[in-house]
Design a protein around this ligand. Sequence first.
Ligand code: DON
Length: 321
Amino acid sequence: LIGRAFRNQFVIPEFQEFAGVIDSMYHKCLTNTEGKVADYIPQLSRFDPGLWGVSVCTIDGQRVSYGDTDMNFCLQSCSKPLMYALALNELGSDIVHQYVGQEPSGRPFNEISLNSNDKPHNPLINSGAVVITSLLKNNLSLPDRFDYVQTQFKRIAGGEFLGFSNATFLSERQTADRNFSLGYYMKEKKVFPASTNLMETLDFYFQLCSIEANCESASVMAATLANGGICPITGDKILNPQSVRNTLSLMHSCGMYDYSGQFAFKVGLPGKSGVSGAILLVVPNVMGICVWSPPLDATGNSCRGIQFCDELVQQFNFHNY
Ligand code: DON
């Protein structure tokens, strides 16, 4: 960082100016009062709809944050691309994609449906993420598997805040009739490796949805993806570039629920949203962004978060095309 500073070789040389524009975008989105906080579990419904945070971390470690960026929230589906990246990194794409496809499903994220080969459409919807969960270090005990993923997530976040909400885990499990149905349906269709314990796999999936971050630590996670798998804060090489490329490709096409096509069209960047109101947004080779605000639109994406992403590509030319 210091070397780059002396050579003035930052990816965003005028960072103060850039941060000023982010600040005005933050304030513009703050006035957006649309959307509804998720209410299927009390741990989500209790969030104040006024909460709104934006954190940016560039691939050379420049940071800026506005708003509620040190409040904890569960990653929920934002953990899906990270789980997928870890599975790819560990097993390679050929093995992982024996179990899961690469197509957007065009269907709700929790729908009980498989593709024509009886595989989940992609790893970023529930069916695919549950299968990815079944692949992660499946030769270890459940506690060791959880420790492993938490440790890797923490490395991806540069050692910054990561927690675990046991209350969310318990609530998720209590209200998971759909995920249990999905699990049994996939078991019947022999989607999982033969040795899979379905109940343990679903518990593990609920636990990984219940890992907590805040905007600041989640922006480092996004920045590690922007930086080819090397954490820009610590220099730790966690994921190989191929795994990151595959992850970003599917975030681009499948990361934003049923809005993924429109998001790819309008914003043109890889993103992943979660029902807690977080969006991980990656500007490859430039920066990672986490935006978080609990009120969601009809497609399940954070209203302020989507507005911010739209504003970002209007202000700066980050769209891929
Ligand atoms: O599995 C569920 O229903 C939720 N906990 C998933 C969370 C989420 O963000 C939805 N995403 N695809």
